[in-house]
Design a binder for this molecule. Structure first.
Ligand code: SAM
Length: 259
């Protein structure tokens, strides 16, 4: 039976499963990594196409099942543990980037995205099943309600492409929310390079602290009126009206001020 606290909703719709596997495009030229394999709905068809699949699963009982699985056991490298704490960098092999995928536990999906962005340079593609609302946030445009901290950081690191919407009936048990699959393609060369991503993260978090306040108000401890003039950013706007390159420009100015 599924464990609620581990966010377990197992995929059962074969059509959805094959669409996702098609989008992932498993191959032996990448280190293939699945987060939360569960009962193996995606694990089995993916493993079928390649020599080795690395999985990270928190639930010890599910890990045991995978270890004794007649077909999967020879192909899987299993890490039992919390994906939020997991060092994905250790999985990279010489000359091979990772392809990471998973039907994620929805309760940890946002912090997990932030964790994975730290390994973006070692990742070729990511495909995740998420709450539809989170997919809308990842792919949002400035000026919309869904645009926020997650949007800016995701689009700083990656090209973001929604792939597929998935109804609750495709899972057992059915989740209470609609779901969707997202493809994240980390930029090989960042379109808007930032001098220090920690500064960017801090700035973006601070900017969205109070969504209904102006940028000037949220950022008053970090940037002055003259700074905004130099940057040609209208500080009377709300944080959701500011583009990703504008956030990067503000972060780079903060970096310069520190030096
Ligand atoms: N991939 C399976 C499927 O599609 O049917 C299961 C998906 S289920 C939504 C989420 C999976 O992630 C479960 O197997 C759950 O035990 C596992 N999980 C939950 N929290 C986790 C964590 N912090 N780290 C790694 N795996 C986790």
């Amino acid at each position: 039976t599924a464990r609620k606290r581990f966010g377990q909703n197992f995929l059962t719709d074969q059509g959805v499963i094959s669409s996702i596997v098609g989008a992932i495009a498993p191959d032996n030229n990448h280190v293939m990594v699945e987060i939360g394999p569960g009962l193996g709905a995606l694990t089995e068809p993916v493993a079928d196409m390649i020599d080795n699949l690395t999985v990270v699963e928190l639930d010890r009982d599910l890990v045991k099942r995978l270890q004794y699985h007649p077909i999967l056991k020879d192909k899987l490298t299993i890490h039992q543990g919390d994906a939020l704490q997991f060092d994905f960098g250790q999985l990279q092999q010489a000359g091979k980037k990772m392809k990471v995928f998973g039907n994620l536990p929805y309760n940890i999906s946002t912090p997990l995205m932030f964790h994975l962005f730290e390994f973006a340079e070692q990742i070729e593609t990511m495909h995740f099943m998420l709450q539809k609302e989170v997919v809308l946030r990842l792919s949002a445009s400035p000026g919309t309600k869904a645009y926020g901290r997650l949007t800016v950081m995701a689009q700083y690191y990656c090209q973001v492409v929604p792939v597929l919407e998935v109804p609750p009936e495709s899972f057992t048990p059915a989740p209470k929310v609609d779901s969707a699959v997202i493809r994240l393609l980390p930029f090989e060369v960042k379109p808007w390079p930032c001098k220090d991503v920690h500064v960017l993260r801090h700035l973006v978090t601070t900017a969205f602290n109070m969504r209904r306040k102006t940028l000037r108000n949220n950022l008053k401890t970090l940037l002055s009126d003259e700074d905004f003039v130099t940057l040609q950013v209208d500080s009377s706007l709300r944080p959701e009206q500011i583009s990703v390159p504008q956030y990067v420009a503000m972060a780079n100015m903060l970096c310069d001020k520190k030096d």
